[in-house]
Write a protein that binds this ligand. Structure first.
Ligand SMILES: NC(=O)c1ccc[n+]([C@@H]2O[C@H](COP(=O)([O-])OP(=O)(O)OC[C@H]3O[C@@H](n4cnc5c(N)ncnc54)[C@H](O)[C@@H]3O)[C@@H](O)[C@H]2O)c1
Ligand SMILES: [Zn+2]
Ligand SMILES: [Zn+2]
Length: 386
């Protein structure tokens, strides 16, 4: 089969002769991919920022597909079902899954001190091959995969595997109350979706911050928010204080994570020398821009071992910090409803539709923020469009 193959930082190729995965456990299914996406989380891998990202790995944790084969223990999924597959691999029965913390499953990842298993991510999250391929092995097939509802567009379904739940959970964790001023750092797909979802929770004002003009323009239209370029500010924290009567925002959302730009010190220590786990610039700004007693919600990804953040501000301002990988399965029923009712329009984020064979170009365009790219969708050659 055709599959993406990671060869080291900034190097991706397509294999044409990878063996099709097989059932390895009674709870597995084999899914033939119909659509997959590239995520900002894949860029952390692509940029070589995630420990134990192994050469030969196939990335891809956002995909839909048709069930080709099921293991003997699978009871809910049937061959022929067209499913969307949450990025979290969750057993459904460990103590964390029982609390609906599906991103923190204790069974699906041998290194499960923090996250559970993810498709197509580094070996710190289980080392499972992902969906930027023609076929994927899906463990615990009765737990995650969800049949695409009647009438739902396949592109909307693909975005329900990660971007929509992550953006929504960012707003949910922010504890937004009616009339709140919400600041979102990062105008990538996740930040834009978080900004859009903030309104669903009753926000009174939504501001998004980035340094890429086309993304800010896109965010303004898609998420009906204010958008500002931090490159045009002397100090983003002072700018945001000025915007909020000098109190600070009620809530701040970090939708950037460890690949942040904007601080030479963070970039050198985090991305060049790897003395910390990437650059925590946006998180730093979020903590300093939120008001006293406010909430900072973090969905931007940080990995081991640690990052430099202003702990003194966090402590002395009485800030509540909430963070996690999105718990996709927990949120799906509500979000399917929002999409079918037209309150959310996920596929509006997709700017590029690329054949899987050209995945290397898609990574380059998305990573370098070329060609006004917001979100690239990959289409495998033999995808059944039905
Ligand atoms: N928690 C989860 O479950 C989950 C799921 C999906 C993605 N993520 C993470 O969310 C983050 C965003 O994902 P994405 O797909 O939107 O990525 P993306 O790379 O497309 O977008 C990130 C944006 O942040 C901007 N940015 C860089 N430095 C900034 C700064 N200092 N302040 C403000 N903006 C800054 C970039 O210009 C870019 O537009 C990533 O860290 C990704 O790993 C988390
Ligand atoms: Zn993702
Ligand atoms: Zn579990």
């Amino acid at each position: 089969m055709l599959a993406m193959n990671y060869r080291g930082p900034f190097r991706i190729r397509v294999d044409r002769d990878r063996p099709v995965p097989k059932i390895e456990h009674p709870f597995d299914a084999i899914v033939r991919v119909t659509r997959s996406l590239i995520c900002g989380s894949d860029l952390h891998l692509y940029h070589g920022l995630v420990p134990d990202t192994r050469v030969g790995m196939t990335f891809g944790h956002e995909f839909t597909g048709i069930v080709e084969e099921v293991g003997s223990g699978v009871t809910k999924l049937k061959v022929g079902d067209h499913v969307l597959v949450p990025f979290n691999i969750a057993c459904g029965s460990c103590p964390f899954c029982k609390q609906e913390l599906y991103g923190n499953c204790h069974e699906s990842n041998p290194e499960a001190t923090a996250v559970g298993g993810f498709f197509g991510y580094a070996h710190i999250s289980g080392g499972y091959d992902g969906g930027q391929a023609e076929y994927v092995r899906v463990p615990y097939a009765d737990v995650g995969p969800t049949v695409i509802p009647e009438g739902m567009d396949i592109e909307d379904a693909a975005l329900l595997t990660d971007v929509v739940p992550t953006g929504y959970q960012a707003a949910e964790m922010a504890g937004i109350r009616k009339g709140d001023t919400v600041v979102v750092f990062g105008a990538g797909p996740v930040g834009i979706m978080a900004a859009r979802c903030a309104w669903l929770f009753g926000a009174g004002r939504v501001i998004i911050i980035d340094h890429i003009d086309y993304r800010l323009e896109f965010a303004k239209k898609y998420a009906y928010c204010e958008a500002y370029n931090f490159k045009e500010m002397d100090d983003p924290v002072v700018f945001l204080k000025r915007q909020t009567d000098w109190f600070g925002a009620d809530v701040c959302i970090d939708a950037v994570g460890c690949d942040a730009a904007g601080s030479a010190m963070q970039t050198i220590t985090g991305k060049k020398l790897l003395f910390q786990a990437g650059a925590a610039t946006a998180l730093h700004w979020a903590i300093n821009s939120v008001k006293k007693g406010g909430i900072v919600s973090v969905v931007g990804v940080y990995g081991p071992p640690f990052n430099l953040i202003p702990m003194g501000s966090l402590m002395n301002k009485g800030i509540t910090l909430r963070a996690n990988q999105a718990s996709v399965k927990r949120l799906l029923p509500k979000l399917i409803d929002h999409v079918l009712a037209g309150r959310l329009n996920p596929k509006g984020l997709i700017t590029h539709r690329v054949p899987l064979e050209e995945i290397s170009d898609a990574y380059h365009i998305f990573s370098a923020k070329r060609d006004n790219c917001i979100k690239p969708l990959l289409i495998p050659p033999r995808a059944n469009f039905a």
